[in-house]
Design a protein around this ligand. Structure first.
Ligand code: HBI
Ligand code: FE
Length: 294
């Protein structure tokens, strides 16, 4: 990717305009090697710390370390599991086509893979983040139902100035969510699955708080896009998440949240159910000049 060139197509407004060919045969030996390095490193890091549904999903999809996934082959397995399919896009796409795809059980995934120099962090989601991070859980019916509901809610949110709140829900569940698993707390968010640093931070660093997921609290909690989280939210199960999100109509909730102060991930409020109080150590050195709270 030339310096500064992004893959985003934020102006395209229809799904068709965003869709591209994956062109799997064009991946270089280096691309497959990068995928293999990332895949093996994450599997070793995640073992024992992620929900079992995730590894089951990797297997169902037939994802392997040796090669970058071929969407056509992967989609045959994904469709058979939950009727979802992955659509190749250049990178971040505008909210309308994004939410429309999710509502239609289509997951937009980037096709480019990071360079060896970008192994530990890159600005935009590449195929490793999108496919290794997000797609395995789309084989799980309850999670897939949540993602489709999220897409539907997104289209409604666009007409009620609610996208900012939904982006927070996305951040604290789909990207960085934790889940209870037989008395333990495990990760399921794609941002943890696909990031070496954040996976180790969540699993080994005593800094972050683990709070019980509560819908309004999450909708009101801002986030920083370029650092680890000071707090992570934990759901009881995907069914519970889905139930909590469809039980309460979102549009009135946006109004409620607009009229209450934005919360930060640092503070633990007295209505929070703290599952693990963090030390906050990581954030003590927090430079105030970080990106602004979203
Ligand atoms: N586009 N390709 C892609 N992937 C995303 O996760 C994504 C996006 N566009 C918009 C978006 N996410 C967010 O604005 C929503 O999750 C709120
Ligand atoms: Fe993502």
């Amino acid at each position: 990717m030339e310096e500064g060139k992004t893959h985003a197509v934020l102006d395209a407004q229809t799904v068709q305009e965003c869709q591209i060919e994956q062109n799997w045969s064009a991946y270089s030996a280096q691309d497959h090697k990068t995928w293999e390095t990332l895949f093996n490193r994450q599997i070793a890091t995640l073992k024992g710390h992620v929900c079992s549904e995730y590894f089951a999903g990797l297997k169902t999809l037939g994802l392997v370390a040796e090669t970058v996934p071929d969407f056509e082959k992967m989609n045959r397995n994904l469709r058979a599991a939950t009727g979802w399919e992955v659509i190749a896009v250049p990178g971040l796409i505008a909210s309308r086509p994004f939410f429309t795809m999710l509502a239609n059980k289509q997951f937009p995934a980037g096709t480019f893979i990071r360079t060896p120099e970008q192994l530990d962090y890159l600005e935009e989601p590449d195929i490793f983040h999108d496919v290794f991070g997000h797609v395995p859980l789309l084989t799980h019916p309850a999670y897939a139902a949540y993602m489709q509901e999220y897409g539907r809610a997104g289209l409604t949110a666009m007409d009620h100035k609610g996208v900012k709140f939904l982006a927070r829900l996305n951040w604290y569940t789909i990207e960085f969510g934790l889940i209870k698993d037989k008395g333990d707390i495990k990760a399921y968010g794609a941002g943890i699955m696909s990031s070496y640093g954040e996976a180790k931070y969540v699993m080994q660093d005593p800094s972050p708080n683990f709070l019980q997921f509560e819908l309004e609290r999450v909708l009101r909690t801002g986030y920083y896009i370029d650092d680890f989280q000071a707090s992570y939210f934990t759901i009881d199960s995907f069914d519970a998440l889905f139930k909590e999100c469809i039980e309460r109509p979102f549009v009135p909730l946006y109004e409620v949240c607009r009229n209450k102060p934005t919360l930060t991930p640092f503070e633990v409020t007295d209505s929070d159910k703290v599952l693990r109080q963090g030390t906050g150590e990581y954030w003590k050195s927090f430079p105030a000049t970080k990106t602004k709270l979203k």
